[in-house]
Design a protein around this ligand. Sequence first.
Ligand code: M6R
Length: 345
Amino acid sequence: SLQGYESFMMKEIRESWGAVRDTIVGLMNDMEKLGKAVKAMDKARRILVVAAGTSYHAGLIFASRLMRTGKTVIPVIASEYENVKAGGEDVVLVISQSGETMDSLLAMKSFKNSGSFVVSLTNTLGNSISYYSDIALHTRAGPEIGVAATKTFTSQVGALLLISSLMIGENLDYLKEAESTVSSSFSKSIGYAEKIGVDVSKKQSLYYLGKGLGVPMAMEGALKIKEIAYIHAEAYPAGESKHGPIALVEKDFPVIFVNTGEHVDELRNNLKEMQSRKARVYVVSAGSELRSDQEVTEIMIDINDARLAPLALAPPLQLIAYYAAKERGLNPDRPRNLAKTVTVR
Ligand code: M6R
């Protein structure tokens, strides 16, 4: 039940820090299973990360972290699996909140048939994807009722930070702050996110721009606002602006920069380019400030470790979409044309 909350989406965003904590603790309690999954992926010629929608964005964060170390990781949008040929030396990591997404299930079955070992990361027990996988890992976000994936996404990100850190051989201590990072991000950002959400609710279209891991986070922010507020949004790496998209930026065109604290100077130049076209610029930052003048609304989340940035950025991006939907009089829990679990191709 709603237990006094105005919507499941808000209730579930508020459950996200506990969900991240339970997910990380839960995975670490079964180190034997987790170790097997890590070993399989370590040895693999390539890791194919297969997922749809929000789960795909979580997968991109995992892929980027490993590709930076030289590992070959191929993110595969589940419905496009036919474009990738896998074999026995490859490991497939399939990520799905529900464990029942037909595109993801068909993709994993096809890769399994061609001999790949399959590791799954799902949020429910006894689902089809975990049933067909060789190793079934779980996030522990609890049931998610809102159609928009919120706490399950943040939990996937937490799980994938842990798994990638194990693969890279990083010390895991930073993950002790995963829970407090998400909860303090929520409290810090809610007021600003409401202001930004209300502002952009009047617009028909906006950009979400990022760099590095800010790109998948920007993609997730854009998906959320399309899904529940019906505002057209496009996300792309900020450096691409000059290669085309900046052409349609005119006075008051809204642009939300998603800043993970990486390559801040470059991102700031991109921001200035947008300002010089008179765009309406907003920033969501984790780790270091981006804006160079007080005119720009910036949500600034402090983090104690740069790797926590994706966790810190999740609440404000979800809240911006939430408040944009609310301002438009929409029910964020029940977006039109969408089902919580997509069991058709
Ligand atoms: O259950 P899954 O994680 O496999 O679902 C994949 C997508 O359908 C899902 O993430 C969808 O994009 C969300 N509703 C977005 O909020």
